[in-house]
Write a protein that binds this ligand. Structure first.
Ligand code: ATP
Ligand code: MG
Length: 876
């Protein structure tokens, strides 16, 4: 059975058990501050488990793209070394939201594995929660009894809280779970060692494939457990491990899920997979990581310097480094692999193939940048080689950490390079540095939050801010959140006009006003579907009725900028082409920022054209058309420009300004008529990443102010120039005049210098056959001083010249000697100038025949000529 058939059979099986089959949610998480990436099949359904909103169907099944590289689940360091943990993998799952429970879940999983897929029963083990005294939880007798009716009792293992009690996070839904493990060893191996003893023991051929979680409890912040009002089932089966089991392979990488990638990498590198452990690991790392990289970029997360973007950058760099070190890939190679993956996955996850060109461009640019960094790191290591030698042939922990932190060298790479050069690395020292950094970031981000205080349990918070700026509201729940230096409150209202930050639009600010108090709302944010009003104070009477009132003026500015963003998006597509896709946006009361895929700088004339197109739509006063609660599928049919793929169950809002012009899925707030935007002005265009451009623009009052400022400035210039027309012509004329004057001045100075030279030559003193000139002179630059000295040399023989001058407020001395004095009388201009420079508290030097000095004390210049005479006399 190939992997495509295996996936399909899973979905068909659960469809036959009345499950609704839904597509995978995007791997990038948008509205959950606790999660950057989907890390399990249940994550997109969190709101249903938390009771924040009802599930659209009581039974759902899917295959979900997951990523386990940060936070609670982080398998990154295993990947490549073992054969069954991936960064990105598919989790096959079936769910019951308050519907069926343990019996159906376990019986179906058994039926699917043994009857549909035909896995031999004597290779399967199951585990059951053994209970936990400290939590006061009994053993999961129900699960045990269900299993006993299907499988030999000695294949049912008891598991501890660590393996068999699943929790969503520090708080939230949790419950006992029951795992299914498969033993893929050969018959001989199995005869020698009992498989049972290898379950949950990191054996590469005895692995967990499926976990059935029974959510019964809710964990509170004080650590206690309370029973959930309804019981749910959440299951997750690793698709790649299932393929390994069904296809009888010993490694996930030997299945047809990975082989096309593995073979491609091996061919590029000119090696054979399976011959050398080191190159095998590198090939596995690359074949794994490209999946994580390509799919997250396709789902809208670009590599960057912080948060989720940094996670992706790190994975990409890990892949590049393994290729660089073990497969001798010195040029970008990952981007090519994205095409292999896109073809292979097009039938399940078409999003990658659809954006392949863009994804490849981003990857290649990142690879190039990192390869350059790697090279710089290697240079840095070379430069420090001497210091390592003096340090007992050891690379100290600080340097190893600097390489890690600044150049992206993980410790093992530094160690490898060290070994090649006969050095060792102070790993303990590295560990200390690492720990210190972790502590720093931990302290900075440590937060503490209380449990929700629920005032009205069953009320769903309703957003009414599309239609109203105020509402009569009640607080339905609140909590306190403390970080290192501040404390704030999160208040949830039964209904609210406050827009919570999302889709690039900032959150509203405003007030909650009751008869007795007025609480300022500092910001509004979303946590899943909860709208959190962030305040510094908790109202004294939390149960009072409040008038919730947003800062309407600010919101109007935001509305204008948001609608202007839509018009800009449409204008860009019509001016530049359909490849323009939104890659990010920010809309606040001051400006709008729009990032989009496009490959070249946009010329000034094009920008003006785009701006004009938007302003034309503004003047056409196109009314807003808004459709709420459109099922995602229907919205796509309307031709709406979707962002990075919504998730199943989402009802979306379609915003259009002219059906044939701008139609977008958008949850933001908008003007009722494009005329309200007033005026639109682009203020900058730049590049943010490979193939991504950024436009910043303003609208309404801000645009008017901006233009007025430009005009004011121009008027000020006009006034200064005393001209009403052709300002640039007047400025050009000024510049020309200036240049001409400068030239005249130069000629004048040169003439003066000539006169000065003649005077000096005439005033030369004769001293034992030497012509000594020592004078304080008046010149305007060092260049002139030098020119004067060299010109004197042309006209006076046996010359000892000492010039002192104050130039730009600083004292300078120049000494010039005729060549014969240097060779025959052993005189030295450098030595002389150093001696003379003492008068001006300075120093200098140069050649034997010509030297200069600068100093601090201009008052000392007057003494220089006299001292020069003394000095020359002493030398003769
Ligand atoms: P393990 O102990 O093997 O890391 P887990 O306990 O972390 O697994 P769950 O969180 O229960 O796994 O996830 C459900 C299923 O997803 C597992 O049974 C396994 O088949 C699969 N799975 C988990 N992590 C990975 C991964 N990093 N790569 C591939 N499949 C995975
Ligand atoms: Mg795990």
């Amino acid at each position: 059975m190939n992997s495509a058939e295996i996936r399909q059979k899973f979905l068909d099986f659960f469809a036959s058990k009345q499950h609704q089959i839904v597509p995978s949610a995007p791997i990038v998480v948008k509205d959950d501050p606790t999660l950057m990436f989907i890390n399990s099949g249940m994550a997109p359904f969190k709101d249903y488990f938390l009771g924040n909103k009802p599930a659209p169907n009581k039974r759902i099944a899917d295959t979900q793209k997951c990523l386990r590289v940060s936070g609670k689940h982080n398998d990154l360091e295993e990947v490549g070394y073992d054969t069954y943990h991936h960064t990105m993998f598919e989790m096959l799952g079936n769910w019951s939201f308050g519907d069926y429970f343990k019996k159906e879940a376990l019986e179906w999983s058994w039926e699917l594995l043994t009857e549909v897929y035909g896995l031999p029963k004597d290779r399967l083990y199951v585990s059951v929660f053994q209970g936990d005294e400290s939590e006061n939880l009994p053993m999961d007798q129900d699960a045990f009894n269900i299993w006993k009716s299907m499988i030999a009792e000695d294949r049912i293992l008891m598991g501890s809280k660590k393996d068999n009690f699943w929790e969503m996070g520090d708080t939230g839904p949790c419950g006992p779970c029951s795992e299914i493990h498969v033993d893929l060893r050969t018959d001989e191996e199995r005869a020698q060692v009992d498989g049972k003893s290898l379950v949950n023991n990191d054996h590469p051929q005895v692995v967990e494939i499926w976990n059935n979680v029974f959510m019964e409890f809710n964990r509170l912040a004080d650590g206690s457990l309370v029973k959930l009002p309804a019981q749910h089932v959440d299951t997750g089966m690793g698709f790649e491990r299932l393929c390994m089991a069904i296809q009888g392979k010993r490694s996930n990488y030997d299945t047809d899920v990975f082989q096309p990638l593995i073979q491609y990498v091996a061919k590029e590198a000119g090696v054979t997979y399976g011959e050398n452990e080191k190159t095998d690991i590198a090939i596995r790392v690359i074949s794994d990581h490209i999946r994580a990289i390509a799919f997250t970029i396709a789902d809208g997360q670009l590599p960057s310097n912080n948060k989720a973007g940094y996670v992706i950058r790190r994975i990409l760099r890990r892949a590049v480094r393994y290729g660089f070190t073990f497969l001798d890939f010195k040029k970008p190679f990952l981007y090519k692999l994205a095409a292999v993956l896109a073809d292979q996955m097009a039938h399940v996850f078409p999003e990658l193939k659809q954006q392949l060109g863009f994804v490849q461009r981003v990857i290649e640019e990142e690879e190039n940048a990192f390869l350059r960094t790697l090279e710089n790191g290697l240079k840095r290591l070379d430069a420090l080689e001497e210091s390592f030698k003096q340090n007992n042939n050891t690379i100290d922990g600080k340097t190893a950490f600097e390489l890690y932190d600044t150049f992206g060298f993980p410790l093992d790479l530094t160690a490898l390079i060290a070994r090649e050069k006969g050095f060792t690395v102070d790993e303990a020292g590295f560990g200390v540095e690492m720990e210190q950094q972790k502590n720093r970031s931990r302290n900075a981000s440590a937060t503490e939050q209380t449990d929700w205080v629920i005032l009205q349990p069953d009320v769903v918070n309703e957003f009414i801010g599309y239609d109203c700026d105020t509402s009569a509201s009640h607080i339905v729940r609140y909590r306190q959140v403390k970080t290192k230096n501040k404390s704030e409150y999160h208040l949830v209202l039964d209904k609210t006009p406050f827009y919570a930050e999302s889709g690039g639009q900032v959150g509203d600010t405003g007030y909650l006003i009751s008869d007795s108090e007025q609480i300022e709302v500092l910001d509004t944010k979303k946590e899943n579907d909860l709208i959190l009003h962030i305040t510094a104070k908790l109202p004294q009477h939390v149960e009072a009725g409040f008038r919730a009132e947003i800062n309407a003026e600010r919101r109007n500015m935001i509305r204008r900028n948001h609608s202007a963003t839509h018009l800009l998006h449409a204008a860009l597509r019509s001016a530049l082409g359909e490849h323009v896709q939104q890659r990010g946006s920010l809309v606040n009361e001051k400006l709008l920022r729009f990032d989009f895929s496009h490959f070249a700088k946009i010329e000034e004339a094009e920008l003006r054209q785009i701006e004009h197109m938007v302003n034309k739509r503004v003047r056409e006063s196109i009314p807003l058309e808004e459709s709420r609660n459109v099922p995602i599928e229907e919205a796509k049919k309307l031709g709406a420009m979707a962002l990075f793929g919504e998730k199943y169950g989402d009802f979306v809002r379609v915003i259009s300004f002219g059906q044939d012009h701008s139609v977008e899925l958008c949850g933001g707030t908008h003007v009722l008529n494009t005329g309200n935007i007033g005026y639109f002005k682009i203020v900058s265009e730049s590049s943010v990443a490979a193939g991504v451009r950024r436009i910043e623009a303003i609208s309404g009052d801000a645009a008017e102010d901006y233009m007025q400022q430009q005009v004011n400035e121009l008027n000020a210039v006009r006034e200064v120039l005393n001209t009403q027309s052709n300002v640039s012509g007047a400025v050009e004329k000024l510049q020309d005049d200036y240049k001409a004057l400068q030239k005249q001045l130069e000629q004048f100075e040169l003439k003066q210098l000539g006169t000065l030279k003649d005077t000096l030559a005439q005033n030369a003193q004769q001293l034992n056959g030497i012509n000594l000139v020592a004078e304080k002179v008046d010149v305007s630059s060092s260049d002139y001083l030098k020119k004067l000295a060299f010109d004197m040399r042309q006209v006076v023989d046996n010359l000892v010249l000492v010039l002192a001058a104050e130039i730009d407020g600083k004292p300078q001395i120049a000494v010039m000697l005729s060549d014969n004095l240097v060779s025959e009388k052993n005189m030295n201009a450098s030595q002389m100038v150093r001696e003379l420079a003492k008068e001006i508290q300075g120093g200098g030097g140069g050649q034997p025949f010509y030297a200069t000095a600068g100093g601090k004390n201009s008052a000392g210049l007057a003494a220089v000529p006299g001292k020069a005479v003394e000095l020359v006399k002493s030398l003769l």
